[in-house]
Write a new protein. Sequence first.
Length: 282
Amino acid sequence: MTAVSWISRCLDITWRHRALAFGAVLLGTLVLLALAAPWLFPGDPHDMVGAPALAPGGDPAFLLGTDLLGRDVAAGLVWGARVSLFVGLASAALAIVIGSVVGVLAGYARGWTYTLLMRLCELFQTIPHFLFAIFIVAILGATVRNITLAIGLTFWPAIARLVRAQTLLLREMDFVRVAPSMGVSDLRIILTHLLPNAMPPVIANASILAAIAILSESGLSFLGLGDPNSVSWGGMIGAGREAIRTAWYLTIIPGAAVLVAVLSLNLIGDGLIGALDPRSRA
């Protein structure tokens, strides 16, 4: 496929699935703001730079106001995007890697390997996801890396079951059944025949998984289990709940940021599901 045809295909998909385009624009805007945080707000977002509890618009230097300690809400919002988006996307990627490996091995293997992997998957699914994440963070410590690990470890079983189902279907197809007779190794069958063909539904659900991960990170930070050395949207919401009656913007503004991020990822997920559906290409 040439570059021109690839671009034409992308534009066609974008035009036919406008939710995908709108979600990509929203998410791209958040990502650009997160990347530009050191230039937009070069100082430490934890610094107390103004009078406490300034309402939005009350001071031209602080368009979104200040929190109860005099920290710039806009700076916290932009720097918090880096943490919240990183945790959401990285934990979703971790869950996809673990789930894809477990799922394709369980779907391709037989006997005790299949039984062991499926029992392991069922064991993780019986544990409430959010409580399991709280347990891991409480044991390992509240850092961005540990929060990402905790969320990734809670969501991989869903990906594993999805990949296993796809692998079971692919395993019975002719191009996979005849591969061993042609001298193709099991590892090559998994890497070149099964995983690439099992990925479309996983890719379509990856953005939705990232949205759930952002909500989970926000929930952990809201409960005080976020990284104290980093600013996140959930931490800002948790800090502002003490003044919800007098300084409502301290919870509404970061809450709106979480809403926009989750909405954009859900729109991307819905658009990808439609774009990767063979019936939509007819």
